[in-house]
Ligand binder design. Structure first.
Ligand code: HMG
Ligand code: MG
Length: 285
């Protein structure tokens, strides 16, 4: 079990959300269907967020209605509040993710509220999900640096992580939102978080702005983490995190993991093919 790594595929959501030109819904659906065939077990499909904030995700319901859902694969969506959660339910979403921040400035820019207010918004989502026995994942953005406020104190990351777990999230993904992390800083952050949470409840989400994401994955593995977020083709970025590049490419992570004797249950050739398809979606037509 320790040699198995679970990959959370971010391509259709984090990967595409930052694209300025609207990508046709059927192309998004085709990407999700391709990803479903690669052996991935976790795919974040879209976001039920305000279309004024993130226009690219405005077709969340249509995407969910059209994808082929493979048994054994979790198809998830971001939901920032009850409105998004209700919309996700209407679309038959089986799992959702909420997203908080360890930095006040990013919380305000990304979801228009303070960290404390965001927790209050998440509470009813978690209450309703709990009643329905729906699993809820969470993110902590700015686990390393904030695009507005600079370095983030590891204790703040630990505090928000613990809160999200106490509220009922089954897993918290610690995000290097702007991809500025390096292994020593990942270790310092994990020193604090692992004091309050078990490694099996944590995932790592690296954007790869400085080309250190694989080194950071290695640091996470050293600390017992076995869940990593990645996006095929290295797509991604957050519209509210200026300068952030894409998530580390799924193909790169899987290739590296396999060559280091770890298993992922995914087919590298099919992932590479999906990565090429995803990158073609970004090209101007
Ligand atoms: P707000 O303006 O404060 O919301 O935005 P509000 O509750 O005041 O409502 C204002 C309007 O938005 C209303 O419409 C609502 O109906 C609508 P109006 O009456 O004016 O026409 N609205 C919604 N519409 C659709 N779906 C909803 C929804 N909620 C309200 N769920 C809000 C607050 C959270 C909605 C907004 O700030 C937002 O949508 N933010 C999302 C930003 C986002 O998606 N960022 C990228 C994802 S996070 C990320 O990439 C980081 C991550 O990858 C980890 C990492 O790398 O760090 C996860
Ligand atoms: Mg991200």
């Amino acid at each position: 079990m320790d040699d198995h790594v679970l990959i959370w595929e971010m391509g259709p959501r984090d990967g595409l959300q930052n694209e300025a030109a609207q990508i046709p819904t059927e192309q998004k659906v085709a990407l999700v269907n391709k990803l479903s065939a690669t052996g991935l077990r976790r795919i974040e499909v879209t976001s039920f967020v305000s279309p004024r904030w993130v226009p690219q995700m405005a077709d969340a319901a249509q995407v969910f209605a059209a994808i082929n859902r493979r048994p054994g694969v979790v198809y998830s969506a971001l939901t920032p509040n009850m409105q998004g959660f209700e919309a996700a339910l209407s679309s038959g979403v089986g799992e959702v993710a909420i997203f908080a921040s360890a930095s006040e400035a990013f919380s305000s820019k990304n979801i228009n509220c303070s960290i404390t207010e965001s927790m209050a918004r998440f509470q009813p989502v978690l209450g309703r999900a709990h009643d329905m026995r729906m699993p809820v994942r969470a993110y902590v953005s700015c686990a390393i640096d904030c695009p507005y406020d600079g370095p983030v104190v590891p204790a703040n990351v630990a505090k928000v992580t613990r809160q999200l777990l106490d509220m009922g999230c089954y897993e918290v993904s610690l995000a290097d939102t702007i991809g500025s992390g390096q292994p020593d800083r990942v270790h310092s952050m994990l020193d604090a978080v692992l004091d309050v949470a078990e490694a099996r409840t944590l995932a790592l989400h690296f954007h790869d702005t400085q080309g250190r994401a694989i080194d950071n994955v290695a640091a996470g593995l050293e600390r017992g983490i076995r869940i990593f977020d990645a996006a095929v083709g290295g797509l991604g970025g957050c519209p509210y995190a200026p300068g952030a590049k894409g998530n580390v490419a799924t193909e790169t992570v899987v290739d590296w993991l396999h060559s280091h004797g770890l298993s992922t249950g995914t087919d590298l050739d099919l992932l590479r093919e999906a990565g090429r398809f995803a990158n073609d979606l970004r090209k101007p037509t």
